[in-house]
Design a protein around this ligand. Structure first.
Ligand code: DP6
Length: 323
């Protein structure tokens, strides 16, 4: 019997960059995101004998991805053991498909671990609340915990496994227009980039301090349903994240020249009265936030810079079927 779950990627408006605890994935500061309505990952988990297996998009996953899946399943098994379940020793067959184009760089590890946490918890017989599922998903990839939540999520940084979790936050309706730019830039993983930043960036403590303040400002802007303030905070904060990363040694640059061109174009949109703000994760792609009614106009303005997709707030991870 397989347990099947579906989850969508999320894009942070207040970013997570840096861990206080690498093993438990406790962040140095909280963050806030929008869950997307497209590019879902669907994952099925079936208990099996023999080793854990992981199939991704129709082929056997590579050793690194399989190792991360097994390490995650070990966390699930330890929870099953704590709960006294007889599944605690079981291995699993994991089959996962991503609807988003792999090259789009739209946080497939977030949707992947959110779907895996939801499906695996069910398969192993764990009865977890959304909060506890978010804590579990966090162990696979930090940002994945936010994909448990419908529409908009806050990750409370906490200081322990118990206190580091995601919950919903209400925010005004908005759209995200992603621009997947054409670049051959070699990517340093978020995981490695965070360690390099902690170890070599002289601005790291300032980044932590400012992110704590920024998240509080963002929560206040959401409560006030102040889209303009939300956008301003998002764009400034994205620049601060890239600044602390750029200050590593040796330097890490995630943004490409064309990424900066998209940021320039977004500034030009605002000058023209089209209200939009931009952010970017650990890569060259840019995500623009705007009001849903402006999404088509924004998409047209950036069409020449790369592949453009428009998203609205989407659902949190959920079980879809139990066959
Ligand atoms: C820039 O969640 O991928 O997208 O916890 O090491 O798996 P790990 O990192 P990950 O980092 C995401 C970083 C980011 C910002 C964000 O999503 O908040």
């Amino acid at each position: 019997m397989a347990s099947i779950a579906r989850a969508h990627p999320n894009i942070a408006l207040v970013k997570y960059w840096g861990k206080a605890n690498d093993e438990l994935i406790i962040p140095v500061a909280g963050s806030m995101s929008m869950t997307l309505d497209q590019f879902a990952t669907t994952t099925s988990v079936e208990l099996a004998t023999g080793n854990d297996t992981f199939e991704l998009n129709g082929t056997t996953a590579d050793a690194k991805a399989t190792g991360r899946t097994t390490a995650f399943l070990d966390v699930v098994r330890s929870l099953a053991a704590e709960a006294g379940l007889d599944t605690a020793e079981a291995h699993a067959k994991v089959v996962s498909t991503n609807e988003g184009p792999t090259a789009a760089g739209m946080a497939s590890s977030a949707s992947g671990f959110a779907a895996l946490a939801t499906a695996a918890a069910h398969a192993y017989g764990l009865d977890l609340s959304v909060k506890d599922l978010s804590r579990l998903a966090r162990r696979g990839s930090g940002s994945a915990l936010r994909s448990l939540i419908d529409r908009f999520a806050v990750w409370h940084a906490g200081t322990s496994d118990e206190t580091s979790y995601a919950e919903a936050i209400s925010a005004p309706d908005m759209a995200m227009v992603s621009v997947t730019v054409n670049t051959q830039a070699k990517k340093v993983s978020s995981r490695d980039g965070m360690v390099a930043t902690r170890e070599t960036s002289p601005f790291y403590q300032a980044w932590i301090d400012t992110t704590v303040t920024t998240l509080n400002e963002m929560i206040a802007a959401c409560a006030a349903e102040d889209f303009t303030r939300i956008g301003q905070i998002t764009e400034t904060h994205a620049h601060r994240m890239h600044a602390v990363i750029n200050a590593t040694h040796p330097p890490i640059r995630y943004l490409a020249p064309v990424s900066w061109q998209v940021f320039e174009e977004v500034t030009a949109m605002r000058d023209d009265g089209l209200e939009a703000y931009a952010t970017a994760d650990a890569g060259p792609n840019v995500v623009i936030i705007c009001r849903p009614t402006d999404a088509d106009a924004v998409a047209q303005r950036v069409a020449t810079f790369g592949q453009v997709n428009t998203f609205l707030p989407g659902p949190g991870a959920h079980l879809v079927d139990v066959a």
